[in-house]
Write a protein that binds this ligand. Structure first.
Ligand SMILES: Cc1ncc(C[n+]2csc(CCOP(=O)(O)OP(=O)(O)O)c2C)c(N)n1
Length: 285
């Protein structure tokens, strides 16, 4: 297929995910909107192009796996899993409900399609390494992806994991670092300056590509590039904006967990819906 059409289709898919993620939060009136919005394009490329999976068999051993190490961003993936048929869209109203199947942080025992329980930051890399190593030992050609926040890199366990994955040449492992420059209570550079993350990953022996995390074409090429590399684990250091595409969440510092009014979400959904309409119109041109 013509690549430029494919990029447009994936743009539409991403904007659909953004709208459906906002709708998922809408039921509650609060949520981790900032960090959910910054990973929308990455999740669109994973479920729209790069990951192999079967919604009818979420535990299929040969599937590719995704560990959302910044587990508070689960709602982006919940909305996507519903769109892909892992469970009905009507289930999205269970977000954060006691006894529901969509906890605020990912739980592999509760949600079909969620591969790892996360929420305690810093641990996802270790889980992803174990999955990737296990797949290789079992002779499966599956890939494992792990999404890590830039604030999360404060946790030393990540750096131990980066060393380990290089030592074992886990080229079936891709880490996606969401560099939105913010964390729970401020800018990452003020809380703990992570410096040049791509340079650090390269120094740890990872095949690393740095790109714009909201530009579908550039991000697509980064995913393809890293997937084609052999002999070392791969990393995509993607620069994003926390709250991207949610008008009341972007451009503010305190956008990690937001309580919003119904009229704020109404406006955000109208604006995100208009962006989706534009993406659909661009596809028809
Ligand atoms: C081990 C641990 N410490 C603290 C927290 C509380 N916490 C939740 S999210 C967050 C900030 C994470 O920042 P980042 O990884 O950059 O995520 P993003 O900004 O992309 O949402 C913190 C400190 C946690 N969940 N786990």
């Amino acid at each position: 297929m013509n690549k430029s059409i494919r990029y447009k289709e994936l743009r539409v898919f991403a904007e659909e995910i953004r709208v459906n993620t906002l709708k998922t939060f809408e039921f509650n009136g609060f949520g981790h909107i900032g960090g959910a919005m910054s990973i929308v394009e990455a999740v669109a490329l994973l479920y729209g192009e790069f990951m192999r999976y079967d919604p009818r068999d979420p535990s299929w051993p040969d599937r590719d796996k995704l560990v959302i190490s910044k587990g508070h961003a689960g709602p982006t993936v919940y909305a996507t899993l519903a769109m892909k048929g892992f469970f009905p869209q009507s289930m999205l109203c269970e977000l954060n409900r006691g006894g529901g199947r969509l906890p605020s942080h990912c739980d592999r025992n509760k949600t079909p399609g969620i591969d790892m329980t996360t929420g305690s930051l810093g641990q996802g890399i270790s889980a992803a390494i174990g999955i990737a190593l296990g797949d290789r030992m079992d002779g499966r050609d599956s890939r494992t992806y792990v999404i890590i926040g830039d604030g999360e890199l404060d946790e030393g366990q990540n750096w131990e994991g980066f060393m380990f994955a290089k030592h074992y040449a886990l080229d079936n492992l891709t880490a996606i670092i969401d560099v939105n420059g913010q964390q729970l209570d401020g800018y990452t550079k003020d809380v703990m300056d992570t410096g040049d993350i791509a340079a650090k990953l390269r120094a740890f022996g990872w095949y690393t590509v740095e790109t714009d995390g909201h530009d579908i074409e550039k991000l697509y090429k980064a995913f393809a590039d890293v997937k084609a590399n052999t002999g070392a684990p791969g990393a995509i250091v993607m620069h994003t904006k926390k709250g991207h595409g949610c008008c009341f969440a972007e451009n503010i510092v305190n956008n990690h967990h937001i309580n919003f009014k119904p009229e704020q979400m109404k406006e955000a959904l109208e604006k995100a819906g208009a962006v989706l309409d534009e993406a659909r119109a661009a596809l028809l041109k």
